[in-house]
Write a protein that binds this ligand. Structure first.
Ligand code: GLN
Length: 533
């Protein structure tokens, strides 16, 4: 097994996840397992507000993990597991749990050795279980963050044993001084210096910069780090993140890694190149709206944005996105004003009451004006509430999630799942992960997916209340996919006969790939293109 360790210096947000995903892409078809270490004390990011931390990514096994797993899966199409996201929260929780059970036999429990050992134990357990060709470990944040220090120490200790098999890749920012017109290398050197102080010498230095590094700049960094100049690689701005494996290929990184690790890799990435051209060589453009509550931070909707890019690449259309905050939307007039120039509406996942009345107005507008609509989880629930109120005449229809605790809803068309009634802890307790659904013969979703049974990932507590299935169907809402939970029939997909209005209780955005766009997003954009142009 080979090890690739990805660290970042001098700034967070440099795109280590995209770099790790791109390196994994270069090393395909070897079996690669991506591990991410995150310093925060939350056991998992499931309890972190997307405003704080960006999107929460959901895995097949129901793990709620860092959004970088989205990049790993999207670049490589492999499937990660919850235990591959090692957080300080998980580590400390385990160590303190063992201490309470007396497993440390009277010792003083400390960061060194107990916390470090727990990290190493988990990393080695993943290697043991997965037996990958490459175990790639990304350390979150920057190497100087206090909460990453135990992870840095753990990989350094592992390198005592596995030095020959390890490649350290360090990503650092090389700013461009526009007045001088050149990329400056000093910050990269400072960052490498800091890594050296921690006992780690990078084998590869990746420079995040506005443009490619000159050979002079590369020489300077190589000399400073004592590495081959071929191991200094540019990570310049590009039109799309999916370009990065191609840029790395041009920079010679694949060949360098092949030489350093002895792994066999595939040259060319021809297939990938064609798919990326779908993004960069578009023939049309459309605008769609994402109507949510976390519109201030685009990272909150990362997988939806990527899914639109994937579907856009297939249709050769570029997709402009208007992020619309719905809290102030009260009337159809408000909706009309907000949707100027927009040809499709997505209501993404979300929690709590705020903004839901505005979303219901959006769904009404989409239904009445035949604007393509895609409801994702909460977006399905909103569409059902709107339909119940305005088509079935169920005045006061709502979700029991959207009222004060203790208050009742006249028509709870969306209600808590039976399995959720006894739950009183927040973390990791929703209906999470992959569940399959049977799709109805002749339905739009069946046509889009091209099969009768599909599996998508979930993250919710509420569902379409079975008491209202009949009345909703009688008025023309089509429940085109079902699954079963503790014997209850759960609505997984809905659609309207107008052919451009669909929703799912799942989150298909978590499975969309450039090489395999999500059928629901493909269908949505097909409708948008048909409408708007
Ligand atoms: N809040 C809703 C529920 O829990 C929707 C969740 C979501 O959109 N992910 O069911």
């Amino acid at each position: 097994m080979r090890w690739i360790i990805v660290t970042g210096g001098n700034l967070s947000g440099l795109g280590k996840g995209i770099v790790s995903g791109s390196i994994a892409k270069l090393l395909e078809p070897n079996k690669i397992v991506n591990v991410k270490c995150d310093g925060y004390l939350n056991v998992d990011p499931g309890t972190i507000n997307p405003f704080e931390h960006g999107e929460l990514f959901v895995l097949e096994d129901g793990g709620e993990v860092d959004m970088d797993f989205g990049h790993y899966e999207r670049f490589t199409n492999h499937t990660s597991k919850f235990c591959h996201n090692i957080t300080s929260g998980k580590i400390f929780d385990a160590v303190i749990g063992k201490e309470r059970k007396g497993e440390y036999l009277g010792k003083t429990v400390q960061i060194f050795p107990h916390v470090i050992d727990e990290i190493k134990r988990r990393i080695l357990a993943i290697a043991q279980e997965e037996k990958p060709d490459v175990l790639m470990i990304e350390i979150g944040g920057t190497i100087d963050d206090i909460e990453e220090s135990w992870f840095i120490r753990a990989v350094r200790e592992l390198s005592n044993e596995y030095k020959e098999q390890m490649t350290f890749c360090h990503l650092a920012y090389a700013p461009m001084l526009s007045a001088v017109g050149e990329v400056k290398t000093r910050l990269v050197q400072t960052s490498v210096e800091s890594l050296l102080q921690k006992g780690i010498r990078p084998d590869v230095v990746i420079c995040r910069a506005e443009k490619r590094m000159s050979s002079d700049a590369k020489e300077k960094i190589a000399r400073f780090c004592g590495i081959d100049v071929k191991a200094v690689v540019s990570d310049p701005h590009s039109e799309t993140i999916y370009d990065l494996p191609l840029l790395f290929e041009e920079e010679g990184l694949r060949l360098y890694l092949e030489h350093k690790t002895g792994l066999k890799t595939n040259p060319g990435l021809e297939e990938w190149k064609k798919q990326v051209e779908g993004i960069t060589q578009t023939q049309k453009s459309v605008r769609v709206a994402i109507c949510g509550k976390y519109t201030g931070l685009k990272d909150s909707y990362a997988s939806i944005i990527e899914s639109l890019i994937h579907a856009g690449a297939l249709h050769k259309v570029s997709v402009g996105i208007d992020f619309i905050e719905t809290t102030d939307i009260c009337t159809q007039e408000d909706v009309r004003a907000k949707l100027q120039g927009v040809q499709g509406i997505i209501i993404p996942g979300g929690f709590g009451r705020r903004g839901t009345e505005g979303k219901i107005q959006m769904a009404q507008y989409a239904r009445e004006q035949h604007i393509p609509y895609l409801g994702l989880c909460l977006g399905l629930q909103i569409a059902v509430i709107e339909f119940a109120r305005n088509v079935c005449g169920l005045t006061g229809a709502n979700s029991s999630e959207f009222v004060e605790e203790g208050a009742s809803v006249i028509h709870p068309v969306i209600d808590i799942l039976p399995g959720q009634k006894r739950v009183n802890q927040k973390g990791g307790t929703m209906r999470l992960g992959a569940y399959s659904a049977m799709l109805q013969e002749g339905s739009q979703v069946r046509e889009l997916y091209g099969c009768s049974e599909v599996s998508e990932r979930h993250r919710h507590r509420y569902e379409v209340n079975p008491v209202y299935h009949e009345i909703l169907e009688k008025h023309g809402m089509i429940f085109s996919g079902y699954s079963y939970d503790e014997g209850t029939k759960l609505v997984e997909f809905i659609e309207l006969p107008n052919g451009v209005f669909r929703g799912t209780q799942a989150h298909p955005e978590f499975k969309s790939r450039l090489i395999a766009p999500s059928p629901l997003f493909v269908g949505f954009l097909r409708d948008v293109v048909g409408k708007g142009l």
